[in-house]
Design a protein around this ligand. Sequence first.
Ligand code: FES
Ligand code: FES
Length: 148
Amino acid sequence: MRINGSEHDRPPRPGQCLRTYLREEGAYGVKKGCDTGDCGACTVHVDGKPVHSCVYPAFRAADREITTVEGLAADGELHPVQRRFLDAQGFQCGFCTAGLIMTTAALTDDQLTDLPRAFKGNLCRCTGYRAIADAVAGVVNVAEPVAG
Ligand code: FES
Ligand code: FES
C-alpha cells in the first residue's frame, strides 16, 4: 500500500487490522482507542475516505492510498484543518485529535449541512466538544475545499 506517499510492501500478519499495521510502519498519529470501531481515534483516509482503521483489515488496503494525520501536512506546512484545530485549541489531552482532524479533512459538501451526524463516529473522552466545534466551524468557514 501507499502510506502518506511512500510505498510499503511488508505483508500484514493474518488478521491484522490497518491501525496496527500503520503504527508498525511508524505512523504513530494513528491512535489505539476502543478497538471496536466506536471512538474514531484511529481514523485514517483510504483512497480519500475516512475509515476506522481498527476494524479495517490491513489486507484490504493493498494497492490503496492511505493518509494518516502525519501525511496531511505537506512540505512542512500544516494542512488548513490542522491549523484550525491549533488556532482554536480544539483539544485537551489530544488523544482524539488526530481522528477528528482526519474526519474533518474528508468532509463532503453534504456532510457540512449536518455536522453532528458527520462526527458521530468520533468521541472525545475529555468532552471538549465546544473547542472542537469552534475548530470545525472555522474550517467550514475559511477552507474551501477542506478535503486533504
Ligand atoms: Fe478505532 Fe476506537 S480505536 S474506533
Ligand atoms: Fe482528550 Fe479528546 S481531547 S480525548
